[in-house]
Design a protein around this ligand. Structure first.
Ligand code: GLC
Length: 753
């Protein structure tokens, strides 16, 4: 192997928005994207087109720097980059000179054959969080990871890599925070001091450039805001998609699908979504229907609509090799598929048998793929589940010779799923006009939050999968993915009734609430667990529906500033060591005010750590002191969930689906606190893009601790809220403070408790 160090700066030049530094080996460029975001690109091919799947912003037009014999100093109001010239090294500091992250002085950036690597100094107290869907602990210090999107079926709680690639992490040390996004889609590596005697952390990739964005904002939330400014934020999801979702591989016929939907209504269990997994298709051919089992898709979907159910269908990228099948014939004729280097279409087997794989890196292919969704939208499908898009093929070892257009798989594999999902999103969005499509994908790269939800693939029905799955959700939240889910109940294997109950209770607080199971497993629907358990499951699902005003507003927050709905405590309580304690690391905030403690199905009490402040048990208002751990009851029908003092939680009446208006009452729950608090309430029609034209209803709701007042500021937007009555429900204020009821209207409303 050849190792090549970066060498010394030979020449420095300025080009409007960036500076270029030339060494004997490479070219380094530096841009400022925002005061707290600096980009560094170190390349051996400086003339190659500069493209990114993830980044949607442009650099600032000017760059402020000084250049002396020893170093170049780039300064912004939030960040200082000191570039040592001999040897060329990049180190970031706060404006007042505190080190945030420094190149290792000996090795910095270097090449090991084609692999490009950056070694950085490891600080004694440094912790690392992020990378999205990765197993392991919240604090990734001492571990290492690979990014190579993989169909990780049967994965354990230690498997790496899984399905997605998010080369973005946040470093914490000396009371400071920084973020680093390595925008490179080759197979990549992250090592957080696993085997360097605590001297260095490093990251690199099998090819491409050392191309990273450094985030210098102080505060994890601020870094997430900046990262999602750079790579984009989610749009408002269809309201129905955040209701309860029922899935199975597969409901085998239209009759079965309808029967399941009917059962929800018979049992008065709220639900909005039912899925068709691969068996709705004719021999797993995308954009077809099995005309025996699903003879009249429109008829089925119309009946589902009458039951207030929406339909989501799975789509896989593999196109069956079969003459006479439209997608195959067209794709072959137009050279739309991945090829070997000699131009032959690449073939591998997936569900349909031998398949070709669309080249989603080509705009024309994307258009073609997107336009074919009329086969699903015409009968009335509104949600699109992009699966097997790592891409997966039996054997899971697609040769490196495979090309997508002129790019090798090695370069772009990690972005394949995202580009497929983009094609599905663009296509269905166009076809559906003003209606929001629901999108779900298994494989992803940075930026996927702009068009899709994700779920964490084929987990297993065990307690350890439930707990680590929550860490995956929380970690995905750190990389801009707010709309996330896991297969509740566990995909593989059969949950015990207790595990099903526990996981379903946790699901109330998982952004996407979907029950899904593998073929051959026991049926999993709420009524499969006996009357008593069904009552508990129903109650939890009802609670989810009552919480929808809070949850939908939480998604609005994600759409505005990128903060996720499910938040590891490391976001709000970064400097609290207990948050990283493996006993408490699965805990998370759900929105701004709820703290959820996942508990194994085998335990009826739980050790819960509550960060500083005052907390109330959600449901019975028992008061708990923060800044310490508590042993709390965790009966099967009451997952430990706590509300922060000053909590503002808008709720609604129980409804059976988001199609129902409810009783028109805005149940505004307020918990007494010692500090003022604020909640941004958001509502719109939940199904169209009219919200983008100002047709929404949004207002600040604030709690003023000193004056015991709740104020609903004048609402923004032209949408008329579905609520006509406001009920303010106090918690923790003592018996004399009573619930108050007044008309709900968009003008200023002031309530003294
Ligand atoms: C994959 C998916 C799973 C789906 C199955 C059949 O394993 O991860 O969710 O049910 O394929 O389509």
């Amino acid at each position: 192997m050849q190792t090549q160090l970066l060498g010394n700066a030979k020449q420095v030049s300025q080009h409007n928005d960036h500076i270029t530094i030339q060494t004997a080996e490479a070219t380094a460029k530096v841009w400022v994207y925002a005061p707290a975001i600096i980009r560094v690109n170190i390349t051996k091919t400086p003339d190659k087109a500069d493209t990114s799947f993830a980044v949607i912003q442009q650099p600032e037009s000017a760059i402020n720097y000084s250049d002396s014999d020893q170093e170049i100093i780039v300064t912004t109001e939030a960040l200082t980059l000191r570039i040592n010239k001999a040897p060329l090294r990049f180190s970031f500091f706060t404006p007042d000179g505190k080190p945030l992250s420094e190149d290792d002085t000996r090795f910095g950036v270097n090449w090991q054959n084609e692999r490009v690597v950056n070694y950085r100094k490891l600080y004694a107290d440094e912790k690392f969080i992020g990378l999205g869907e990765k197993t392991g602990d919240l604090n990734r210090r001492g571990t290492h990871y690979v990014n190579w999107n993989t169909d990780a079926s049967k994965h354990t709680i230690y498997t790496d890599p899984l399905y997605k690639t998010f080369p973005f992490f946040i470093g914490l040390h000396s009371g400071l925070t920084y973020g680093l996004f390595f925008d490179n889609t080759y197979k990549s590596y992250f090592d957080f001091g696993a085997t360097t005697d605590d001297e260095m952390s490093w990251f690199g990739a099998d090819g491409g450039d050392m191309n990273y964005y450094f985030f210098g904002a102080q505060g994890v939330a601020e870094i997430i805001k900046d990262y999602t400014w750079l790579t984009g934020r989610m749009e408002m999801p269809p309201l129905w998609s955040i209701g309860y979702q029922q899935c199975r591989y597969s409901y085998m016929s239209a009759d079965e699908v309808l029967g399941i939907a009917q059962k929800f209504r018979e049992h008065n269990i709220p639900a909005d979504v039912i899925y068709c997994d691969i068996d709705y298709m004719d021999n797993y051919k995308i954009f077809t229907w099995n005309d025996e089992a699903f003879p009249d898709p429109k008829g089925m979907i119309d009946q589902l609509k009458a039951l207030d159910f929406r339909t989501v269908c799975i789509v896989d990228p593999g196109i069956k090799v079969e003459e006479g099948y439209k997608q195959y014939d067209e794709g072959v004729a137009k050279d739309y598929f991945a090829t070997y280097t000699n131009g032959d279409n690449y073939v591998a087997s997936v569900w349909p048998g031998r398949c070709h794989f669309p080249n989603f890196f080509d705009d024309e292919v994307k258009e073609w793929w997107g336009a074919a969704f009329t086969a699903l939208t015409e009968p009335g499908v509104e949600g699109f589940w992009n699966d097997m898009n790592e891409p997966a093929a039996w054997g899971q070892n697609i040769p490196y010779l495979v090309k997508f257009g002129d790019r090798y798989m090695a370069e772009v594999r990690n972005a394949y799923g995202m580009e497929m999902t983009k094609a599905t999103y663009n296509g269905t969005r166009k076809i559906l006009g003003n209606k929001r499509p629901f999108m779900l994908t298994r494989a992803a790269y940075c930026g996927t939050q702009r068009f899709s939800a994700v779920w964490t693939g084929d987990n297993t029905a065990t307690d350890e999968h439930m707990l680590y799955g929550q860490r995956l959700v929380n970690s995905l939240g750190l990389v801009g993915m707010s709309f996330t889910g896991v297969d509740i109940g566990g995909y593989t294997g059969n949950p015990t009734p207790e595990l099903m109950l526990r996981w379903n209770s946790l699901g109330v607080y998982i952004p996407m609430y979907r029950n899904h199971a593998e073929i051959g497993t026991a049926m999993r629907e709420p009524w499969e667990w006996g009357e008593e358990n069904m009552a508990i499951i129903r109650k939890d699902i009802e609670l989810r529906y009552q919480l929808l005003p809070y949850i939908y507003s939480g998604f609005y927050e994600s759409s505005q500033n990128g903060l996720p709905l499910s938040r590891t405590l490391a976001i709000d309580y970064t400097q609290d060591e207990n948050v990283f304690d493996v006993r408490y690391q699965n805990q998370f905030l759900f929105g701004n005010f709820l703290l959820v403690a996942p508990v194994e199905s085998t335990k009826l009490t739980a050790a819960v750590y509550l960060p500083g402040g005052e907390w109330y048990r959600f449901g019975n208002d028992k008061v708990y002191e923060g800044g310490m751990a508590h042993s709390v009851p965790a009966p099967m029908n009451d997952l430990p969930v706590f509300v922060k003092g000053g909590g503002i939680i808008p709720m609604q009446s129980v409804i059976q689906s988001t199609n129902e208006a409810g009783d028109g009452i805005f149940y505004l729950h307020i918990w007494k606190g010692t500090e003022d608090s604020k909640f941004v309430y958001y509502e719109d029609d939940g199904v169209t893009y009219d919200n983008e034209r100002g047709i929404f209803h949004k207002r600040d709701i604030s709690y003023h601790a000193e004056y015991n007042k709740v104020i609903l500021a004048i609402a923004d937007g032209t949408y008329t809220s579905k609520f006509n009555t406001l009920k303010v429900i106090p918690h923790g204020f003592g018996k004399t403070v009573k619930t108050q009821e007044v008309p709900y209207h968009p003008g200023l409303i002031e309530i003294t408790l």
